[in-house]
Design a binder for this molecule. Structure first.
Ligand SMILES: *Cc1c(COP(=O)(O)O)cnc(C)c1O
Length: 233
């Protein structure tokens, strides 16, 4: 078999395995198998791997780094691959918001008003509103970004008031060892906010190592990198 075909087979196999894990986790929680979206995190992997994963049927891709992400999006468009949905899932500095507003469909990491305001101002008028998840910091780790839980309501009110943005939900990155506890807290906050913001339909939590825990606690979107593309170097 040529290397191209075997690489496609490897990615197809990984995709099937991850989808099986999602189905099994949904069944264990008596949830519908289609209630959890799969976001393929392609950071550090070349555009070519994204093209093969798209060929295997995957449509949603997540990127962490602005420059790497926009280069990949441009390269795939150039190859004629349209119809993919791009999610920005990395920390976002305010001087890097423009390329994100111009090239991505979703941002999962909005954690302060300045970022929301800039994304709204910079979203091109001809594009659909940018879908937004607010990143919530539940852990006490210094290194993690995210809005403090008590600030999330005010941030949600701002995002909901900006027509270029569409408030879709909440996201978190748990502290290792505290996944279940923090996923449960995020789900509780999500349920509480949904009555004020009925458009909120996305609870973005769970990665390769903890997708089962996340689904047990109500995740509607798992962000999976290494289990799909392989170990990152
Ligand atoms: C890298 C990354 C992921 C994917 O992590 P894996 O463990 O490779 O599945 C998910 N979410 C965010 C925010 C990431 O940075």
């Amino acid at each position: 078999m040529n290397p191209e075909a075997s690489e496609l087979q490897r990615l197809q196999r990984n995709l099937t395995q991850v989808k099986d894990r999602i189905q099994t986790a949904c069944a264990a929680s008596h949830r519908h198998g289609n209630s959890v979206a799969l976001l393929a995190v392609s950071k550090t992997f070349p555009a070519h791997d994204v093209a093969l994963m798209a060929q295997a049927g995957q449509t949603d891709f997540g990127e962490n780094y602005v420059q790497e992400g926009i280069e990949k999006i441009a390269s795939l468009k150039q190859q004629g691959l349209s119809g993919l949905t791009w999610h920005f899932i990395g920390p976002l500095q305010s001087n890097k918001t423009r390329p994100v507003a111009e090239n991505f469909d979703w941002v999962h990491t909005v954690d302060r008003e300045k970022i929301a305001q800039r994304l709204a101002e910079q979203r091109p008028a001809g594009l659909a509103p940018l879908n937004i998840c607010l990143q919530v910091k539940l852990s006490t780790e210094e290194s993690k970004s995210g809005a403090a839980p008590q600030d999330v309501e005010a941030l949600a009110a701002l995002v909901a008031s900006l027509p270029q943005l569409k408030l879709r939900g909440l996201m978190t990155l748990p502290e290792p060892g505290k996944e279940a506890e923090e996923f449960e807290q995020l789900k509780a906050l999500f349920d509480k906010m949904k009555s004020n913001y009925p458009g909120m339909d996305t609870l973005s939590m769970g990665m390769s190592a903890d997708l089962e825990t996340a689904i047990a606690h109500g995740s509607t979107c798992v962000r999976i990198g290494s289990a799909l593309f392989g170990a990152r170097t």
